[in-house]
Write a protein that binds this ligand. Structure first.
Ligand code: HEC
Ligand code: HEC
Length: 559
């Protein structure tokens, strides 16, 4: 049993991926059937197959995997729900539960069930989870349908005007105390908040729109501002803000969320531009403003123990420039807390907070975890990539396929700002290069809940095959790792990307494209979308210049 559970657990508790396009309010809910004893019994069977190991046999949120999750699975016994169309403190409607169970909760372990359970099964399991809150849902005084919040319509004005009017409301209503002045979740109260079950909870980073649980459209945010998220410190503003102000605020918050609301899907190739003169070396150099950013998705390192299911950083913006001699990468990501280890570990100790450096069982007995580790970021290249259409293992390569790493860490105020290391697999930490071949440098700033780091290195070095050599015109595999110290991240407890491809753009050489195509085909070729894309390119003749023509299987023969 335990063994089987393990397998289920590691598959199941991966953080739910980005929301599909249907957001919470948009989901069309079919008419709700009347629940009877038979449907509740059917719901129980489904629950005991699908839900119990997170939500607990008795629905109290203490399933065997609960303590590996953050946020924890809902305790159904109190009838307290975050996502509702009903007023603060009231029960959710069945339709509300249907929306949540169908779509899951993005950015948490709560999976979507619409692709797994039929509509009827979802209604059945809902009728069962309601029975955990003894008597509450049957009590007519608590009939949720009597408390549905009305969603009127926004005040007159263009979207831009409403966004502009919403910003001062954000300031006046003290949203910034928790969400930070720019909404990145870094407000002064961010580190002290707990939920109704006494577990730490963080204010949402309003810029990572895809993680807004109840959806990021103005209408959905209006609803959430009106209902609050029960069980959390996020209150309802029905009593304190007028309807019009809630609408203005909703438009403003939605505008913050917009750039990352859906899947960013900027492709697998990061294009680096060539500049003729010197490279910008500081994070806030105006020259970066014109360089397009590629947004990458990161996930927890869950391949090797300690497996990390709750990475704090999910989105990383990458910009790259190069000149005749050097390459510079500008990396940006949201991070609520600036962790430069010495300061924060002292603070953590003074406040009596525990570091959790063990297997990631989270907050035992509600204990807080706080920074004992610095923030950091790292770029990874295969040591050798040319003419070899195979990629090293995405967690630090292997002995046969080593990787080169350029690492910045926030604790190096006095020392070297970047370190070059070589990785030979996840079983031992990467080793620094010899001092004479340390050539990478870094500059970093943290402001309003965001790190910006510029990493720089000569394109080529005289260490030949012992370091990665970046040749303009080629397409070079590249991957990224980020650590958020305040989230207890260090070593293999990190957020990582899969392999991307850095293209130091020049006049195109056909052979370089061919290499990337082979790499792509060989490694992520299983991704159906990509194959379809490649087929389409092939069929359109775009790839014929590389000798790739429509195959015999689906060749359209001239008639
Ligand atoms: C892998 C673990 C996991 C499984 C399996 C799981 N859940 Fe959840 N569920 C969660 C977590 C975690 C949350 C809390 C998310 C949050 O608080 O943001 C949650 C929250 C919920 C909520 C509360 C939403 C709200 O508005 O507060 C409902 C309802 C729910 N789950 C139903 C189900 C049902 C029904 C099943 C089985 C069909 C199920 N869950 C299976 C992890 C899980
Ligand atoms: C006392 C702290 C606090 C204040 C003040 C506060 N929030 Fe929140 N807010 C939170 C927390 C904590 C969450 C995360 C809840 C969760 O993830 O379960 C949250 C979540 C949210 C969400 C995401 C909802 C979702 O569906 O996931 C939005 C939007 C939001 N807040 C907007 C605001 C706005 C606008 C204001 C000011 C009117 C505000 N908040 C004031 C603590 C606060």
């Amino acid at each position: 049993m335990t063994r089987r559970l393990d397998v289920i657990v590691w598959v199941a508790i991966a953080i739910a991926p980005r929301a599909a396009s249907a957001q919470w309010m948009d989901l069309s809910v079919p008419e709700r059937p009347v629940a009877d004893a038979a449907s509740i019994a059917a719901g129980r069977r489904l629950y005991e197959e699908r839900c119990w190991f997170c939500h607990g046999e008795d629905g109290d949120g203490t399933g065997p995997v609960a303590e590996y999750l953050w946020p924890r699975p809902r305790d159904f016994t109190l009838g307290s729900y975050k996502l509702r169309t009903t007023s603060s403190g009231e029960l959710p409607t069945d339709e509300d539960l249907f929306r949540t169970v169908s779509l899951g909760i993005p950015g948490t372990a709560m999976p979507e069930w619409q692709s797994v359970l039929s509509e009827q099964e979802r209604w059945q399991v809902i009728s069962y989870i309601k029975t955990f809150a003894e008597g509450l849902f049957e009590d007519e005084d608590f009939d949720p349908y009597a408390f549905i919040v009305e969603i009127g319509s926004p005040p007159e004005g263009s979207t831009e005007a409403l966004v502009a009017e919403g910003q001062p409301v954000f300031d006046e209503a003290d949203c910034w105390e928790c969400h930070g002045s720019l909404g990145r979740g870094d407000g002064e109260r961010a580190s002290e908040l707990t939920d109704d079950w006494d577990f730490p909870i963080l204010p949402t980073d309003l810029h990572t729109g895809w993680k807004i649980k109840g959806g990021s459209t103005p209408r959905e945010i209006y609803l959430r501002l009106s209902t609050g998220l029960d069980g959390t410190p996020m209150p309802s503003y029905s009593e304190t803000l007028s309807e019009d102000d809630r609408w203005r605020l909703a438009y403003y918050v939605s505008s913050l969320a917009a750039p990352l609301a859906g899947a960013p899907a900027t492709g697998v190739v990061i294009t680096a531009r060539r500049v003729d003169d010197s490279l910008p070396t500081t994070p806030d150099d105006a020259a970066w403003a014109d360089v397009p950013a590629t947004w990458l998705t990161l996930s927890g390192q869950a391949t090797f123990p300690p497996r990390w299911q709750i990475p704090a950083v999910s989105d990383l913006a990458v910009q790259v420039l190069y000149n005749a001699t050097d390459v510079a990468l500008r990396l940006r990501w949201d991070d609520r807390f600036m962790d430069t280890v010495s300061v924060d570990s002292a603070l953590a100790r003074r406040e009596g907070w525990e570091a959790n450096d063990m297997f990631p069982r989270l907050f035992p007995d509600g204990a807080r975890m706080r920074a004992t580790h610095p923030d950091g970021v790292e770029v990874m290249f295969p040591l050798r990539y040319a003419g070899r259409p195979e990629l090293p293992h995405f967690v630090y390569g292997s002995a046969g396929q080593p990787v080169d790493l350029w690492r910045w860490r926030a604790d190096r105020a006095g020392g070297p700002t970047a370190v070059e290391l070589r990785g030979r697999g996840a079983s031992q930490p990467p080793e620094p290069h010899e001092p004479e071949s340390q050539r990478a440098s870094a500059r970093a700033t943290w402001a309003d809940g965001q790190w910006t780091v510029v990493l720089r290195r000569p394109l080529t070095t005289d260490d030949g095959a012992r370091e990665v050599q970046l040749e303009p015109g080629r397409i070079i595999p590249i991957a990224f790792h980020v650590w958020e110290g305040a989230n207890g991240e260090t070593g293999l407890k990190m957020a990582l990307s899969s392999w991307y491809f850095l293209h130091l753009r020049e006049s195109a050489r056909a052979s370089s494209y061919l290499v990337v195509l082979l790499l792509v085909l060989g490694t992520v070729g299983a991704e159906y979308g990509l194959i379809v894309w490649l087929r389409r390119q092939r069929d359109s003749g775009w790839l014929s210049r590389f000798g790739i023509t429509p195959g015999p299987d689906d060749a359209r023969r001239p008639s």
